[in-house]
Design a protein around this ligand. Structure first.
Ligand code: URA
Length: 281
């Protein structure tokens, strides 16, 4: 990788990196040519073609703008995450939580959120579930997925032969949007770098994105759920599958059967035993 020798340019890059670090963004990576982005051998060619369509995809995020700024000298940023080098994942997650503080980085801090909903579960989990945003119950308790949708997620996890305590659960954003509206782009862009750091600490073997908002944000890909489901994606070296959001399943329980297929795909990947005769089919 070429290094930046011009002192002015070095300073400019360092200043830019500090600016993004202040926003909580520490992940800088080289943008590969479009043809090699995200898609794995397990992903269909159709998905690959879609990535190049001029559709309403996720815009270049602050993080990806930062990528360009940092591209010339990524070594400057590599060691700047406060949890870098911390071996204990419990402590590393604590450091990320402390870094978030009483966050006011986006407008949700002024729109009635009671508290930040960080994430919960096993810091060494093989499996991580990522939802959209805290709702009223989560905002009240400070824990993701504790309301009705959370109860259903807990049952989904149990159906896989696991417990909530064995997996890690988080959301794309950590504050409740007013009226439970969908998170807005700027909110996802500001908040998701913290999630990226949580993922990097937990190092799950597989991630399940719950619903379209999580899938679109994580994969930077705009597709309907019907296309997201049923494939493995590569998310920064970790396998990622997409299934329906439990809140959607509460509205349309017929889709539970499809969801169970997705979860079985994940169980196979993790080598979890399949129930012999299943009541979920
Ligand atoms: N829905 C989500 O996406 N996340 C939660 O934590 C609760 C409901």
């Amino acid at each position: 990788m070429p290094s930046v020798t011009d002192p002015e340019m070095r300073q400019a890059v360092a200043d830019r990196i500090r600016f993004y670090n202040d926003l909580g963004i520490y992940d800088f990576y080289r943008r590969e040519p479009a043809s090699s982005e995200v898609v794995t051998s397990l992903q269909t060619e159709r998905d690959s073609a879609r990535r190049q369509e001029p559709i309403e995809e996720m815009p270049r995020t602050k993080a990806s703008v930062a990528v360009v700024a940092a591209e010339e000298n990524s070594s400057l940023a590599a060691s700047s995450k406060p949890e870098a080098g911390v071996q204990d994942p419990v402590r590393a997650l604590q450091i990320i939580r402390e870094d978030i503080g009483d966050c006011t980085r986006c407008k949700l801090s002024k729109q009635g959120r009671k508290q930040i909903v960080f994430g919960v579960g096993n810091p060494n989990a093989d499996l991580m579930f990522i939802g959209e945003a805290p709702g009223a119950d989560e905002d009240m308790k400070g824990e993701p997925f504790v309301g009705r949708a959370g109860q259903l997620l807990t049952n989904m996890i149990k159906a896989m032969g696991l417990s909530r305590a064995e997996v890690y659960i988080a959301n794309i954003i950590k504050c409740r949007p007013p009226g439970n509206r969908q998170p807005e782009r700027d909110e996802c862009e500001t908040c998701s770098p913290f999630l990226m750091r949580q993922i990097a600490v937990v190092k799950p073997k597989a991630i399940v994105a719950l619903g379209a908002v999580a899938a679109k944000t994580l994969l930077a890909l705009n597709a309907p759920m019907s296309e997201f489901r049923g494939h493995w994606y590569d998310f920064r070296g970790t396998k990622l599958a997409v299934t329906y959001h439990p809140a959607f399943l509460l509205r349309d329980p017929r889709q539970k059967k499809e969801t169970w297929k997705d979860l079985q795909m994940v169980m196979r990947e993790l080598g979890l035993p399949m129930p012999a005769a299943s009541s979920h089919e």
